[in-house]
Design a protein around this ligand. Sequence first.
Ligand code: NAD
Length: 226
Amino acid sequence: MVTFSGAGLSAESGIATFRDPDGIWARFDPSVYASQAGFNAQPAHVVEWYNGRRRAVAAAAPNAAHRALANSRATAHITQNIDSLLESAGADPVIHLHGLIGWDRCNAACGYREAIDSSDPPPLRTCPECGELLRPDVVWFGEPLSPQIWVAAESAVVAADLVLVAGTSAEVWPAAGLVELAHDVGAAIVVVNTEATPVSRISDVELLGKAGEIIPRLFDEDYGMS
Ligand code: NAD
């Protein structure tokens, strides 16, 4: 089994999702806060916005769904989330398709990366290696995913007998394509989400409700999916 998660997995930890009616993109413009052009136009403002999200992530704790996934026999946890709550719950390995909000990287891609203290994040600063600006190490709209990370995710999915899809609108590509790939190569698809999504039609089992309530029950001895 492999898990594939999105922002809904962390919603019950108090971290806002993107596309729900009260989600981040209902209140903030993604072209400002999740694009290279937005960062180039107002880098200090964009970093301050991420620093607010960093403080929220630093204050959050894993919920029952993170813990149940971490304690399952999943061979890999592929996530679109940029928080580290799966790791905090003990999940291993975790494949982060869209980067980590707790890291900065050089905006000029000189290769420099640095972990930051998300509870007390620094303001906009320059790269100690090349003097360009540092930016959050997350994938913004229009940016490619890391080829190494993509290959690791594809390999995990192709080897899986079952993919548990949790808390994702399945609207962000190429990430959502991993669920299609798993289905195409014969894996069972189990979806846990508060609403139907584009992957509903290829799911073998779809459980509508909150991840923190449903996922722990999937791994009860009675269900035996672990
Ligand atoms: P999304 O906001 O597009 O979709 C979240 C989905 O989760 C929705 O379908 C919603 O109905 C569902 N959901 C909400 N609460 C839930 C709950 N308690 N239990 C189960 N399902 C619930 O998020 P996505 O699909 O992950 O979109 C991808 C992008 O969102 C990624 O790029 C990711 O980086 C980013 N994101 C990450 C975080 C995080 O790291 N925690 C937070 C917000 C956005």
